[in-house]
Design a protein around this ligand. Structure first.
Ligand code: BES
Ligand code: MN
Ligand code: ZN
Length: 498
């Protein structure tokens, strides 16, 4: 898809289709008003006849509107003007793109990007519009032998802005939006691939490809390297699998040499069967998504590499399958982590924390400014926050604040949960330094408590994306979250150094 930004009058656009909004009930937006005047009240007459109320999600496609230079004018219903907020804006863009893709034209000019959204400026509107376009057109049909071809697919989209003064901010926002969207697409594709294709080896190869394309440094540690480092907690998870584990380290180093790095750590369980503590069969296929933390880290690296963000960022991805088998870890086994702390594995299905803890210890060598890990870690997080917000826990409140704000900004929200000492006692073990589970109460918090014991040397935050990384049911598929949150977080960090 080709994108561009324009400031100009809607009736003067030479385009296959100009898209303008209509509020409910039958109220013209500014751009619609201009077309109405240029066309001798053509739109007003149509509204009066009752063909378009302006309900959110409704559309009306008009041909040969007098006084305009485009082949078509598409009216998109926006709902009530007073209630037109972020979600309504996104819906309007999605509706427009879906409809344009089904018309005969190859290009469209969206005046919807001029619509005022409370507390949001042109930068936000353009970034979001680019992301919504990608989201609306996303298909995962790599593995279908027959693809549903769109007959005359949309090739070019132009976003309109109010004035020439906004052009340069809008161009920058467009580049950022496209970068975030392609990062999300990468994360979605990796998530949607089945476990027999997206293995730890496949993730390592994908990371190599990103490194080659954007000239990033990469190291991939093999099992023997991990053994030398003493990563026995991570390796204990890999024992039941026939796939070799990998430990991927990717460097984006466009910040100054004095700047400390932000480290991102992504959980990369390419299939979580539960191991010997085997999961029940229903929906077990969805455990191919247990590498979405890793996928979001790779997606974010792709996004910041594409916009050449002046910041130092290190991505760490511990990746393995979690499988049962004769060599697999058993409940009651005790392992020694890279930090030297011992862990009693009371449930082999609490494997995410077992691979993340060694990655958190490995992160110390970068003397990081901060570390953020991203993981589909607990079913309990879905019970607490549903599929709306990711869970956020941190050992530093200002880092937590930054991530919450980034999530708000990106329309990819997270919610702060407490990490009080009082919860730590749930992890007591009679035989080792700690157990890997803390019982049913506060499962998301005790999982983070476990991780916090390996993150004492730096500012650290943890995002539990169990509820937000993918959708179940009829619309089953990866969401690409939290690539927008993470990219906004890094954009804001880079801006601070300016
Ligand atoms: N990957 C799962 C968490 C998960 C489950 C995410 C369902 C999304 C949907 C994780 O490895 C896991 O199995 N966690 C256990 C922890 C428990 C054994 C303490 C859980 O949440 O049940
Ligand atoms: Mn598990
Ligand atoms: Zn898991």
């Amino acid at each position: 898809m080709e994108f561009s930004i324009k400031s100009g009058s809607p009736e003067k656009q030479r385009s296959a289709c100009v898209v303008v909004g209509i509020y409910e009930p039958r109220k013209l937006s500014v751009a619609a008003e201009i077309i109405d005047r240029a066309s001798g009240q053509f739109l007003g007459d149509i509204l009066r006849r009752g063909d378009m109320e302006g309900k959110a999600g409704s559309t009306l496609l008009l041909h040969n509107v007098p006084g305009t230079l485009s082949d078509r004018v598409l009216l998109v219903g926006l709902g009530k003007e007073r209630e037109f907020r972020e979600n309504e804006y996104r819906t309007a863009i999605a509706t427009a793109v879906k409809t344009l893709n089904e018309t005969g034209g190859f290009d469209g000019t969206l005046f919807l990007t001029e619509l005022p959204v409370k507390k949001r400026d042109v930068t936000w509107r353009i970034r979001q519009a680019a992301i919504v376009v990608f989201e609306t057109l996303y298909r995962f049909d790599q593995l279908k032998s027959k693809k549903d071809e769109v007959r005359r697919p949309l090739r070019k989209i132009t976003f309109a802005v109010d004035s020439r003064a906004e052009l340069s901010a809008a161009e920058a926002a467009l580049a950022e939006g496209q970068a975030i969207a392609s990062g999300m697409n990468l994360a979605k594709n990796l998530g949607n691939l089945p476990g027999n294709v997206c293995t730890p080896t496949h993730l390592a190869e994908q990371a190599q490809e990103i490194a080659a394309e954007f000239k990033l440094n990469i190291e991939v540690l093999e099992r023997a390297d991990m053994e030398k480092l003493g990563m026995h907690s991570l390796l204990s998870v890999a024992k039941g699998s026939h796939q070799p584990p990998k430990f991927i380290v990717l460097h984006h180093a466009l910040g100054s040499s004095e700047q400390k790095s932000v480290v991102l750590v992504g959980k990369g369980i390419t299939f979580d069967s539960g191991g010997i503590s085997l999961k029940p069969g229903a929906e077990m296929d969805e455990m191919k998504y247990d590498m979405c933390g890793a996928a979001s880290v790779l997606g974010t690296m792709r996004a910041i590499a594409q916009i050449k963000l002046p910041l130092n960022v290190v991505a760490i991805i511990p990746t393995t399958e979690n499988m049962p088998g004769g060599a697999a870890s058993k409940p009651g086994d005790i392992v020694t982590s890279m930090s030297g702390q011992t862990i009693e594995i009371l449930n082999t299905d609490a494997e995410g924390r077992l691979i993340l803890c060694d990655a958190l210890t490995y992160a110390e060598r970068f003397e990081p400014d901060c570390v953020v890990d991203i993981a589909t870690l607990t079913g309990a997080c879905i019970i607490a926050l549903g599929h709306v917000a990711s869970g956020l826990l941190a050992n530093d409140d200002s880092l937590a604040r930054e991530l919450i704000d980034a999530g708000q900004d990106a329309h990819d929200r997270a919610w702060h949960l407490p990490l009080w000492e009082d919860y730590q006692e749930q992890l007591k073990s009679n035989f080792a330094d700690m157990a890997n589970i803390g019982g049913r109460p506060a499962g998301t918090i005790t999982a983070a408590c476990f991780l916090s014991r390996f993150a004492q040397k730096y500012d650290w935050a943890h995002l539990d994306i169990a509820g937000t990384a993918w959708k179940s049911g009829k619309e089953k598929g990866a969401t690409g979250r939290p690539v927008p949150l993470l990219t906004h977080f890094l954009l804001a960090r880079a801006a601070k150094y300016k």
